[in-house]
Design a protein around this ligand. Structure first.
Ligand SMILES: [Zn+2]
Length: 187
């Protein structure tokens, strides 16, 4: 039987609240052994930690979605990073993190997103786990930051312009996640 791992899911989404058992059962029946749920914010991180206690198929990446970072102070982001650090034995990655200039057009917001992204990169390096990266309309800055930080364990989960990141990803053996349904969802 083939062995598959779904590297990016949000099974804490309310859409799954009524039939999560069936969703996971269907995934298992298609050969998916593990589903990596990504956290979007502190609430989501705590929700998926609970899901992982119930479903052994669920593995975790904890983080804060780039646009969600704009809602939190530096201290609140640092507190969440401490929370993730305390749960390091429960995670397989840091995600969903990154930079998104599509939903945020402000210079101030871009700087805040980049600052938060850097913190999560340093956390991933400290814990020696992969990053699961969302980059929308921000490929050049994303690649520059990942390059400067020497990141190697990276799954590029969302990106708009393959040609801007392909060379870097290939040279660093990053994984490109080609989402065929990406126009249907903003996360
Ligand atoms: Zn996502």
């Amino acid at each position: 039987m083939k062995l598959l791992i779904d590297v990016h899911a949000h099974l804490d989404n309310e859409k799954f609240s009524h039939d999560l058992n069936e969703v996971i059962e269907r995934a298992k029946n298609t050969g998916i052994k593990h589903i990596i749920c990504n956290g979007l914010d502190p609430v989501s991180n705590r929700s998926i930690l609970k899901l992982a206690e119930k479903y052994p198929e669920i593995k975790l990446a904890l983080g804060i979605y780039p646009i969600e970072c704009l809602k939190f102070s530096d201290d609140e982001i640092d507190a969440e990073i401490d929370y993730i650090r305390k749960h390091k034995n429960s995670i397989v990655g840091i995600g969903e993190v990154g930079i998104d200039y599509h939903w945020d057009k402000t210079t101030e917001g871009h700087e805040k997103q980049k600052k938060a992204f850097l913190k999560f990169i340093l956390l991933a390096k400290e814990l020696d786990v992969p990053l699961i990266v969302h980059s929308r309309d921000a490929e050049a800055d994303t690649v520059e930051i990942l390059e400067l930080q020497g990141c190697k364990k990276v799954v590029m989960h969302w990106f708009q312009e393959l040609r801007k990141i392909d060379g870097t990803c290939q040279s660093r053996q990053m994984l490109l996640c080609l989402a065929i349904s990406r126009k249907l969802s903003k996360v």
